[in-house]
Design a protein around this ligand. Structure first.
Ligand code: HEC
Ligand code: HEC
Length: 218
């Protein structure tokens, strides 16, 4: 009996310590947030606009609630560090790990939805028919994302979702979730449900993802 009490007490202490550790790691200091904002204004606002709200055809919103909710820190850090080749997004490795991390903390401070990135990145890979995916892509997605998926280069409002700079850094879950829920207050609407721009089935969404993955290998 006594041993049991001691064990559960020990566990309670451990979980309290664990909680305070993770809370600390997740919340940046005021100085870090201030630096992140300053770095954003200096390096990013020219394209991503003030408060990172984005501008169609110029640069996407970085404070969009759905993006912040599904994108991991790893996605943000590596995209900012490496940029996206063959698009208008330049690499920022010269800001250093701390500079980039502070910018990500600043962007995260604008989040209004819970961070679901771990769950989304753990989703299974897509399985489907790339030929059917291509038909849907050409029919619905190419108007904004370009027939080759090169985005703004083809005068579309959407980003370059067919290029390695995007595809190499995202999970199938990230793409799946973006197609299903869209991004509020941008031209990227949801493509599922009665309110969607189209009402794609789960399998049709899988087909599109498989098509995008196959294209990128060419
Ligand atoms: C009416 C225009 C439009 C259509 C049609 C459209 N998109 Fe988008 N899409 C966008 C925009 C705009 C964004 C970026 C949001 C922003 O600017 O902040 C985007 C973003 C995305 C992203 C995230 C890319 C990134 O850089 O993080 C994916 C994935 C995506 N779209 C997939 C699709 C797929 C698949 C289809 C077809 C089923 C589709 N989109 C159709 C406009 C569109
Ligand atoms: C010269 C213009 C320009 C500058 C400066 C710029 N970006 Fe971008 N950024 C873009 C464009 C264009 C894209 C979309 C590329 C594409 O079509 O895939 C983008 C995409 C992104 C994405 C991916 C967003 C998504 O929806 O997937 C992130 C994250 C990002 N930029 C962060 C930053 C940060 C942080 C800075 C400053 C350190 C910055 N960018 C500076 C033009 C710019």
């Amino acid at each position: 009996m006594k041993t049991k009490t001691r064990i559960s007490f020990g566990l309670a202490v451990l979980s309290v310590i664990g909680l305070s550790f993770s809370a600390h790691a997740a919340s940046p200091t005021k100085a870090e947030l201030k630096n992140g904002k300053a770095q954003f204004v200096e390096n990013c606002a020219v394209c991503h606009q003030e408060d990172a709200i984005g501008k169609a055809g110029v640069a996407p919103s970085l404070t969009n609630p759905e993006l912040l909710s599904i994108a991991s820190d790893k996605f943000f850090m590596s995209t900012i560090r490496d940029g996206r080749e063959d698009t208008g997004m330049p690499p920022f490795a010269h800001l250093g790990r701390k500079g980039v991390r502070d910018i990500v903390s600043f962007l995260r401070s604008k989040a209004t939805l819970p961070n679901r990135s771990a769950e989304i990145d753990a989703q299974p890979d897509a399985h489907g028919d790339p030929r059917l995916g291509q038909q849907w892509y050409t029919y619905i997605c190419s108007t904004c994302h370009g027939s080759d998926g090169n985005g703004y280069e083809s005068e579309g409002a959407g980003t370059a979702i067919g290029l390695p700079g995007f595809l190499d850094k995202v999970s199938d879950g990230f793409i799946r979730e973006t197609i299903k829920i869209g991004r509020s207050n941008t031209r990227m609407l949801s493509f599922q449900g009665p309110a969607g721009l189209a009402n794609l089935t789960d399998q049709e969404v899988e087909d599109i993802i498989v098509y995008l993955r196959q294209q990128a290998k060419k």
